[in-house]
Each structure stands twice: as structure tokens, then as C-alpha cells.
Write a protein that binds this ligand. Structure first.
Ligand SMILES: [Zn+2]
Length: 288
């Protein structure tokens, strides 16, 4: 199976879900569903053909998005890049599509976690997309570029802050921060989606009558669509994360929009179907 890139259109826009690779998360249930009642979680996992007692590894795809509007080439997130042996495929996969890093004029960073900003610089510390302006929510930029005032709550928080600062500071001259919902380029609109992180951003890609809602990390697993109240351990603002998840899933279902989600099985493109009990993730068929 070729999981390098998946092409689709939104109106007149050419879109590509592009793999940066995968990452393995050990002992995933306590990280993805720490607050889920045990019996409900077991039922949900079994419905996804996962044996709860044998689920020792979650292999997450890392899928970026390229939107070619005709006037602009917008890249959404940069993956983990060279920081992991199983990632860093984004730029080779872009080149395979005939797109050079120089061709990208806009890079949207949905949030400051390592798997989304790890590809902003190359292995030598140079900007990986030298002609791009970067766009990030203002509170998100501030969160990751401000040193921690007090000792972090745990090693994960420390790791993420240590990671973010050297990845983001070299972008200071080319970052555009936003604090209101606005068009990044015509047809690519930034939506506030706080909760996973303080300035986590979603996007609406619109051309003609077509809509693509880019959820980024509003959901990490298809089970979060069925149980939007189930946060992960990664949500920095849990109550806001739940509210954002409900709001965006309802919007996607009502608009019958296509949806892109960074961590879902490649290509991470699908729709939110309304069921008798709520919602369900309905993926597009992966490329053959
Ligand atoms: Zn992520």
C-alpha cells in the first residue's frame, strides 16, 4: 500500500494528505482514554476490533496537509521531521509530488507539540521551508516561547517545552500570529479550537460548495468521535477541549464536511456521521 500521499479536491483546490511517518505509543489506553469508565472503554475498543488486554502499542500516523489554492501553497503542520527515525518523510513525499520546500508560501502550525513543529527546521537547524510565512495562534506562540515560570508537572511537559523553544524561536522573523478567526489565505480560514493546547487551531478549507474541516488534534483516535467527553492525558485545558470537540464535530456533521485529523489512520480524511447515539468516524477509503 502506498501511504505516502493521498490526493483529493475541495472545489477548485488541490489537496494532499501527506505522511510524515508514524510513531508507536506504548500502553496507549491510559494515555488516550484516561478518564473513560472501564466497561465502556472495553466495549468501545472491541467495537474497533481492539482486544483491550492485548493493546500494548498504538501506531499513530502523522499526516500533514498540503492545500494548493492555485494562488497559494499552504502546508498544515510539519510533522516530527528528523527528530525520530520513523518520521521525516514529509519533504521527500512533497518532492515526489513535484513540490519543493521553496514552493510553500504559507505554513500553518496548528499547535506547538513536537509532532507538529518538528519539521520546521532541517537537521542543520535551517528553515525547512525558506520562503514560507508561518501562522500560529497568538496564545499558542506565547505559550511555547515563554519559559516555564515554575517546575513542570511532569517530564512530558518539560520535554515539550524543551523541544518547542529551539524549533520556534528561529521562526520569530517570519511568524504571523493571529488572535481572531480569519482567512490565512483566501479559502483557508483559521478557527479557534482551544483545549488540546491553549491556542490549538482548526481550519476550514472552502472552495465552491465543498468544505474540509481540519481538526488537527481535536481528536486523536476514532473513539474520540464516539465519546467526545473522553479527553487524553495531553489536553492542557480539559474542559475547553471537550467543548471544542463537541462544537467542531457537530459542525462537521451538520455541514457534511470532509474532515482531516492528523493522528487518525492514513490518510486521516473522512466524515463525521450522525448515529443513534452520537457521532462516528467514517474514513475515506485509503489509497490502493
Ligand atoms: Zn499531535
Amino acid at each position: 500500500m502506498n501511504t505516502a500521499s493521498h490526493r483529493f479536491t475541495i472545489g477548485s483546490f488541490q489537496c494532499f494528505a501527506i505522511s510524515d511517518g508514524t510513531s508507536v505509543y506504548a500502553n496507549p489506553a491510559p494515555a488516550l482514554f484516561p478518564h473513560a469508565p472501564a466497561a465502556e472503554l472495553e466495549q468501545a475498543l472491541r467495537a474497533h476490533a481492539i482486544d483491550p488486554r492485548a493493546w500494548t502499542e498504538w501506531v499513530s500516523d502523522y499526516t500533514c496537509l498540503l492545500v494548493d489554492t492555485g494562488d497559494h501553497r499552504v502546508l498544515v503542520d510539519t510533522g516530527m521531521g528528523h527528530h525520530s527515525p520513523t518520521t521525516g518523510a514529509l519533504i521527500p513525499n512533497l518532492r515526489a509530488l513535484g513540490v519543493a520546500p521553496d514552493d510553500i508560501d504559507t505554513v500553518v502550525l496548528t499547535h506547538g507539540h513536537p509532532d507538529h513543529i518538528g519539521g520546521t527546521l532541517d537537521a542543520d537547524g535551517r528553515p525547512a521551508f525558506p520562503n514560507a510565512r508561518f501562522v500560529m495562534w497568538r496564545s499558542e506562540w506565547a505559550h511555547w516561547t515563554t519559559p516555564l515560570e515554575r517546575p513542570p508537572d511532569g517530564p512530558m511537559v518539560q520535554f515539550m517545552h524543551d523541544f518547542a523553544l529551539p524549533q520556534l524561536l528561529p521562526l520569530s522573523e517570519r511568524i504571523q500570529t493571529i488572535e481572531h478567526e480569519a482567512d490565512v489565505v483566501p479559502g483557508v480560514r483559521a478557527l479557534a479550537a482551544p483545549g488540546h493546547t491553549p491556542g490549538h487551531m482548526a481550519l476550514e478549507i472552502a472552495s465552491g460548495d465543498d468544505r474540509l474541516l481540519v481538526l488537527s488534534d481535536t481528536i486523536l483516535h476514532p473513539i474520540h468521535v464516539e465519546h467526545p467527553d473522553w479527553n487524553t492525558v495531553y489536553e492542557l485545558l480539559p474542559n475547553q477541549a471537550i467543548a471544542t470537540r463537541h462544537r467542531l464535530l457537530r459542525r462537521a456533521a451538520e455541514q457534511r464536511a470532509l474532515v482531516a485529523a492528523f493522528h487518525l489512520p492514513f490518510p486521516g480524511i473522512g466524515r463525521i456521521e450522525t448515529t443513534d447515539h452520537g457521532w462516528r468516524w467514517s474514513p475515506v477509503a485509503p489509497p490502493a
